[in-house]
Design a protein around this ligand. Structure first.
Ligand SMILES: C[S@@+](CC[C@H](N)C(=O)[O-])C[C@H]1O[C@@H](n2cnc3c(N)ncnc32)[C@H](O)[C@@H]1O
Length: 276
């Protein structure tokens, strides 16, 4: 009997592996999945798959005739991805624990490269795109998503105002540098991609809103603390930290009273490119 005709997945084990991706990753990911040309018998690579997204989803959607490689340096996340791969019974994934600045695949060997919010997190974007250009076949598809430099402008606007009121201009510069390091302007990204022999077929802008009841709820949210707080703290002097964040929290809370909550806008792009 065909194996898909029976649902023999253990629901108690499913609790350990459910959630293909985080709420943060989902808006980017759904768009990325839409742009992929799903074909049979191809070789694909996911850069920065974290706990398995979109690696597992793509492997399943392409089917067993294709092979999907994934590369990421984060070993704890890889361990969780492996659990999902085992539970979903996926046999066409090969994982490399490492960085995309050096991809252990042959020249002209893959048909599809994807990265959901991965390439904007690497240390050397130019080197990663150069590696993508080396391993992808002519006519191959390269789809990636990333959030843009205006991400959370509502928060950064408040931070800049507070720093300006305190006469902390060097810290304002550090804040701008931090945004530049984390979220390079889209024109720069595009020119890097084009300089490595890709043609941009589609560039779609989108955004989602990260909404909270007020500033206190936002600043205490686990993902804000885990993914962003350290980098904000790094650019500020320790002795002024409490004062700065007290003021920001108060101002965001005041805004929330008038506006009925606060929101952080997350603008992002989907870049769909083809190798010449
Ligand atoms: C924002 S997470 C995205 C994870 C996943 N793609 C998703 O959509 O949920 C960025 C990922 O990039 C990985 N990463 C960071 N530097 C990398 C590098 N140099 N090469 C490959 N992956 C890298 C991180 O370990 C992390 O898993």
């Amino acid at each position: 009997m065909k194996k898909y005709l029976s649902n023999d997945f253990d629901l108690s084990d499913y609790a350990n592996v459910s959630d293909e991706c985080s709420i943060w990753s989902a808006p980017f990911g759904l768009k990325l999945l839409d742009y992929i040309d799903y074909k049979q018998n191809i070789s694909a690579l996911d850069i920065g798959f974290g706990t398995g997204f979109p690696l597992t989803e793509i492997a399943l959607r392409l089917g067993e005739s294709s092979t999907v490689f994934g590369i990421d340096p984060w070993s704890d996340a890889i361990a969780r991805a492996r659990k999902k791969i085992e539970y979903y019974r996926i046999s066409n994934i090969k994982i490399f624990e490492g960085v995309a600045e050096s991809i252990p695949l042959k020249d002209n060997s893959v048909d599809l490269i994807v990265s959901n919010n991965g390439i904007n997190n690497v240390s050397d974007i130019n080197q990663v795109i150069s590696e993508c250009s080396r391993i992808i076949k002519s006519g191959g598809q390269f789809v990636q998503t990333m959030n843009l430099d205006k991400s959370m402008f509502e928060f950064y606007g408040q931070l800049e105002k507070v720093l300006s009121d305190l006469g902390m201009n060097p810290e304002i510069e550090l804040m701008k540098q931090h945004i530049y390091q984390k979220r390079r302007p889209i024109d720069e990204i595009i020119s890097i991609i084009q300089s490595h022999g890709f043609i941009i077929k589609d560039l779609e802008h989108d955004q989602f809103n990260y909404k909270f009841s007020n500033g206190s709820a936002m600043l205490n949210h686990y993902f804000i603390r885990l993914a962003f707080m350290d980098s904000w703290i790094k650019i500020l002097p320790e002795k002024k930290l409490e004062q700065i964040f007290d003021t920001i929290e108060m101002q965001l809370n005041d805004q929330a009273k008038t506006l009925g909550g606060i929101k952080l806008t997350i603008p992002f792009v989907i870049i769909n490119a083809i190798k010449k």
